[in-house]
Write a protein that binds this ligand. Structure first.
Ligand SMILES: [Cu+2]
Length: 323
C-alpha cells in the first residue's frame, strides 16, 4: 500500500475491488509511466525527430489502456506540432507523439505526465545540434593597437541561422594590408563556434588589416580585422592629480624612462610598485606639488603600481614595457 495517492484513485480502486467481489481493503494497484522509446535522440535544431516519443503506462506489470497522457515541449519545441499535446494510451499501454526540436542547440527535455501515476512526468533527453552555418562575426581582437613587429590575436565565431555556435566551419585567414603575416592560414571553428589566428605586424607604423573568410558558407562571408601598429616611445609622463595617476597606463620601449610629476597641491602621494615580475625599479617616495620622480625600465613586461596614502586606494597605474 503506497501513500499519497489522490483520493479519486483510492475510490476507484475500492469500487473495482468491490465490483470484483474480492480484494478486501487493499489499495489501488500501482500504476507507472516511463519512457519506452525515442529518448536520447539527436537531431538538428528545428528538425522533427525520426522516431516518435513513446511512453508505456502499466498497472502492476500489465499495459494499461485509456490513460490520459499530457505532453509538454520545452522552449519552442513541439509535440504533435504544438507546445502541448494530450494522448491516450492504447491497448498496448503506449502513447506517443512526434517531437520537433526547438531552435536552441543543447539538451531539450520534453515530458509526458499522467495523473496519479508513479514516475510522472516521464522525460526524454533530446540533444539539439546547431543547424547549417550561415554567418561569421568578429568576436575578439579587432580595433586595437600594438607595437610594430608585435602581435594581436583575432577570433571569429561561426553560427547557424538561429545564432547557435557552429563547430567545424573552415576559416581562411589572410593578411591584407600593412605587411606582416597571420597564422594559421586556415583552421576550423571549435565546439564553441570560434576560431582564432595570430596577426604579426610588420615594422611599419599604421593600420594593419587581415581577413577571416568562411568559404563553405553560402556567400562566403568575410570579416576584416584592423590593428594599428605603433612605435613605442622611449619616454612617458604621468601626472599625479586629483588623487589619480593620469594617464593610468603608459607604454614605453624597453630601456625607456617614465617621469611622474606631482600636481595635486599639498596632497601627498607616492608611487609604490605592486608587481614583482619583472623586478620593478625603486619606489618614488611621498611628495607634494613640484616633486618629480623618473625611473628607467630595462625589462619588457607590465609594472603595476599604486599610491599607499590613506584613502588613495583607487589610485593605481601601470607601465607597459615592450621589447
Ligand atoms: Cu596618493
Amino acid at each position: 500500500m503506497s501513500h499519497g495517492r489522490p483520493l479519486v484513485l483510492v475510490l476507484i480502486g475500492t469500487a473495482l475491488a468491490a465490483a470484483c467481489g474480492g480484494g478486501g481493503s487493499s489499495g489501488p494497484p500501482p500504476r507507472t509511466i516511463a519512457a519506452f522509446s525515442g529518448a536520447s535522440q539527436t537531431d538538428t535544431v528545428l528538425a522533427t525527430l525520426p522516431n516518435p516519443l513513446v511512453v508505456l503506462v502499466r498497472e502492476n506489470a500489465d499495459p494499461l489502456a485509456g490513460v490520459t497522457v499530457n505532453w509538454t515541449a520545452p522552449g519552442d519545441g513541439k509535440v504533435n506540432s504544438a507546445g502541448t499535446a494530450t494522448t491516450t494510451t492504447g491497448a498496448d499501454g503506449k502513447a506517443s507523439v512526434t517531437y520537433q526540436l526547438g531552435h536552441i542547440a543543447g539538451t531539450q527535455t520534453p515530458t509526458a505526465a499522467a495523473t496519479g501515476v508513479s514516475g510522472s512526468p516521464a522525460s526524454f533527453t533530446i540533444t539539439a545540434a546547431a543547424g547549417v552555418a550561415t554567418q561569421i562575426a568578429k568576436t575578439a581582437g579587432d580595433g586595437g593597437s600594438a607595437v610594430i613587429t608585435g602581435q594581436a590575436t583575432y577570433t571569429v565565431t561561426a553560427r547557424d541561422g538561429h545564432d547557435n555556435p557552429k563547430q567545424g566551419v573552415t576559416i581562411d585567414w589572410a593578411a591584407t594590408g600593412g605587411g606582416g603575416s597571420i597564422t594559421p592560414a586556415q583552421n576550423t571553428t571549435g565546439a564553441n563556434g570560434t576560431a582564432s589566428a595570430t596577426r604579426t605586424l610588420s615594422g611599419t607604423e599604421g593600420a594593419h588589416t587581415a581577413t577571416a573568410t568562411a568559404s563553405s558558407i553560402a556567400g562566403a562571408p568575410s570579416v576584416t580585422f584592423t590593428t594599428t601598429a605603433i612605435t613605442a616611445p622611449t619616454t612617458a609622463g604621468v601626472s599625479l592629480q586629483n588623487i589619480a595617476f593620469n594617464p593610468d597606463s603608459v607604454l614605453i620601449a624597453a630601456g625607456g624612462q617614465v617621469t611622474w610629476t606631482w600636481n595635486d597641491g599639498t596632497i601627498i602621494h607616492n608611487v609604490t610598485f605592486t608587481s614583482t615580475n619583472p623586478t620593478p625599479p625603486t619606489n618614488c617616495a611621498d611628495g607634494a606639488s613640484g616633486n618629480t620622480c623618473a625611473r628607467t625600465f630595462s625589462a619588457a613586461g607590465t609594472y603595476s603600481y599604486h599610491c599607499t596614502r590613506p584613502g588613495h586606494g583607487a589610485m593605481t597605474g601601470k607601465v607597459v614595457v615592450v621589447p
